[in-house]
Write a protein that binds this ligand. Structure first.
Ligand code: G
Ligand code: G
Ligand code: MN
Ligand code: NA
Length: 250
């Protein structure tokens, strides 16, 4: 198809960019890291969402090439940040079925000179279930090298609390579906409270995603949520705007 051909060309010509969205400590509003988010502005097709082209890349077998280029760009950009903030990078489910993934990630970090302790990988619960043995091996190898693992979109889809008993995660990211209703819907508040209490017991760090206003940030801080992310703190921005943001704000 036209989209597939355009994606293939974009990967070959290294035209897919990476943007960064701040993750802050809710206690003091300090930026502690950034999530890398792929952005593709095609001359003919315009902006194509990663929600569209990442699944297409997985389906067509381009995901390794795409993800390697994005991780390299993201880690290179992170080396120029003024402080040792963490970099959070999304892994797709196909990558967790490929035993070569851990070696490939660590070799990119080595080549770029990026400390694995500064990298976090975001994965979803469904991705771990796809090919459980391979996924667990990849995660164990990465964690042994110092990489941290976060469970993305927590609370949605096929979440099973049982997965948390495997102790393969360092952090969970509460899906914005709960966060956006925290001040209007008592049920969402109770669910978030329960997640925070459970994560405290399991010694998991927590990020609330999709914080869009001050009232949500205040509520989450009051409930004891450690970190937040969302348009209230900053939208995803390119590497240069991210550097400017860091120099102006922190
Ligand atoms: O950035 P937001 O605009 O629309 O992202 C849409 C979806 O694409 C999200 O689920 C996000 O996790 C995913 N995504 C964004 N960038 C990447 C990436 O570099 N790799 C993978 N695997 N997924 C990404
Ligand atoms: O699936 P994942 O959580 O990786 O995707 C992150 C997605 O959330 C990206 O598409 C990003 O652009 C989007 N996002 C980040 N902050 C906000 C926010 O405050 N509100 C909304 N609606 N989307 C957000
Ligand atoms: Mn994510
Ligand atoms: Na998420």
């Amino acid at each position: 198809t036209q989209l597939e051909q355009a994606l293939r060309n974009a990967i070959i010509s290294d035209a897919i960019d990476v943007h960064f969205q701040p993750i802050v400590s809710l206690g003091n509003n300090q930026v502690v890291g950034f999530e890398a988010l792929a952005r593709w502005n095609d001359p003919d097709l315009g902006f194509v969402s990663p929600g569209v082209f990442v699944p297409l890349a997985e389906e067509r077998g381009f995901i390794d090439a795409l993800s390697e280029a994005l991780l390299r760009k993201a880690a290179e950009a992170a080396l120029s940040w003024p402080r040792e903030l963490f970099l959070s990078f999304n892994l797709s489910s196909a990558q967790l079925m490929d035993p070569g993934t851990s070696g490939s990630i660590l070799s990119i970090l080595g080549r770029v000179g990026f400390d694995p302790h500064r990298l976090e990988l975001e994965i979803t619960e469904t991705a771990v279930m796809g090919s459980a043995d391979t996924a667990h091996r990849i995660i164990a190898d990465l964690r042994a090298a110092g990489v941290r693992i976060s469970l993305d979109d927590f609370g949605t889809g096929q979440s099973s609390l049982g997965r948390l008993r495997d102790f393969i995660f360092d952090k969970i990211k509460i899906d914005r579906a709960f966060v956006s209703r925290i001040n209007s819907d008592r049920a969402s508040e109770h669910i978030i409270k329960a997640i925070l209490s459970m994560c405290e017991g399991l010694e998991l760090e927590v990020v609330a995603e999709g914080i869009e206003d001050y009232a949500e940030a205040v509520k989450l801080r009051t409930l004891g949520c450690g970190m937040g992310q969302g348009y209230h703190f900053g939208r995803p921005a390119d590497g240069i705007a991210t550097l400017r943001f860091l120099h102006e704000n922190y």
